[in-house]
Design a protein. Structure first.
Length: 398
């Protein structure tokens, strides 16, 4: 049952016609369509939210084709002038054959139908990197290189990475991934990696960032897990690690060569009510397709990932979208889902949130109850971030 706030939004939207969202602004955006290729993965990362991994559920080409044909026709919802098809799993490269079929079809059908996406489509894959040097994967990369981005997730040093990114028997995956990094860098130069921080690996943050830079990955997108894993004192240790990293960056004049997402000028301010968009495009400019061809707001609402509530399917290619189920995502913004402590927090600016985690953590099945498990960690990041920029200002390096 929805909360009172969510019901109120439903009433305000009434029998809402989705076509007004095809505005000039939205027409310049890309729709992200996340395609679940397989629920299978070689790894069992300890912080992974995909909790129902198995080797039984895989998408087939016919299922995707049906869903994609529907999306091309449903212009009221899929109004953007571009599309980014993001393949995920499990481990998506386990399904490289169907990925290749999908990409060929998107390229072919959008051009044949002279669809607006024909000139504006892109494919992205987030992989654990184990299969990156596979000959079939390499042939695929050559074929679609001009419309393709592949990111490999690596958490840092062998110690930090192997704490969480492990095989089912507990063996770490660092050595199997690191050997493919040079090939990946040669094919996608300048791309960064996504790293994750959880409770156990906080002491290894500084050395892990420096390690990733040393092996040639200049851009590090790193974040704390959103779930309820943090313990008393984690924020203090986290802040100290970031301050040590800040000192090292400045002392060794690494500022202009390397980048770490923990340090950013635009975080650590009060929430700006004039910038009230939701943190992500879940449901509004983002759609996920599962292995059965069903539509969801994002990957965090699939049966594959949900633990505490029922999954929230929005529709499928046969019956279309249930606009009543889509409506709450269209109206979702930061203020409507944030408690007072967030709205009044001096560090609210740049504080990330996840609609899927909100849903999982809520007492009811609402998406309008913000989970605040990372509160102390975000504040620690902001204090370290302010330390970094103040120190740069002191030495005249801004």
């Amino acid at each position: 049952m929805s909360t009172t706030g969510e019901k109120k939004i439903d009433r305000l939207l009434g029998e809402y016609d989705l076509s007004p969202f095809a505005t000039d602004v939205n027409a310049r955006l890309k729709r992200t369509v996340m395609v679940l290729i397989t629920e299978e993965c070689q790894l069992r990362c300890k912080y992974c939210y995909a909790v129902h991994k198995n080797n039984n559920s895989k998408i087939d080409f016919v299922t995707f084709r049906k869903a994609f044909d529907f999306m091309m026709k449903e212009k009221a919802i899929f109004s953007e002038s571009g599309i980014n098809i993001a393949f995920f799993g499990g481990e998506p490269l386990l399904g490289i054959k169907v990925i290749n079929q999908i990409c060929e079809y998107v390229e072919k059908v959008t051009r044949e139908k002279k669809h607006v996406w024909a000139d504006n489509y892109h494919f992205t894959i987030s992989t654990n990197g184990i299969l990156y040097n596979n000959p079939e994967v390499q042939e695929f990369i050559k074929r679609f290189k001009d419309h393709l981005t592949i990111s490999i997730s690596i958490d840092g040093t062998k110690i930090k990475h192997d704490m969480n990114r492990v095989y089912p028997d507990g063996k770490g995956s660092h050595d199997d991934i690191i050997k493919n990094i040079p090939l990946w860098q040669s094919q996608f130069p300048g791309l960064g990696t996504k790293a994750t921080v959880s409770h156990d690996d906080i002491p290894y943050i500084k050395e892990s960032i420096l390690y990733l830079w040393d092996i040639g990955i200049k851009k590090i997108n790193i974040n704390c897990v959103f779930e309820d894993v943090w313990k008393d004192g984690d924020d203090i240790l986290f802040e100290e690690q970031l301050k040590q990293l800040a000192d090292h960056i400045i002392e060794n004049k690494l500022d202009d060569t390397y980048d770490c997402s923990f340090f950013a000028k635009m975080i650590g301010n009060k929430m700006d009510s004039t910038e009230n968009n939701n943190w992500c495009g879940s449901g509004k400019h983002m759609t996920a397709i599962d292995t059965h061809g069903d539509f969801y707001a994002c990957n965090r609402f699939l049966p594959f990932t949900i633990q505490t509530h029922d999954s929230r399917m929005l529709g499928n290619a046969d019956k279309g979208f249930d606009k009543n189920k889509l409506r709450p995502y269209i109206a979702l913004d930061r203020l409507s889902q944030s408690p007072r402590q967030c709205k009044e927090c001096e560090y609210a600016g740049g504080c990330a949130l996840c609609v899927g985690v909100n849903y999982e953590a809520a007492e009811t099945d609402t998406i309008y109850q913000r989970a605040i498990f990372i509160c102390a960690m975000h504040k620690a990041r902001c204090r370290a971030n302010n330390y970094y920029w103040e120190k740069r200002k002191e030495i005249g390096n801004l």
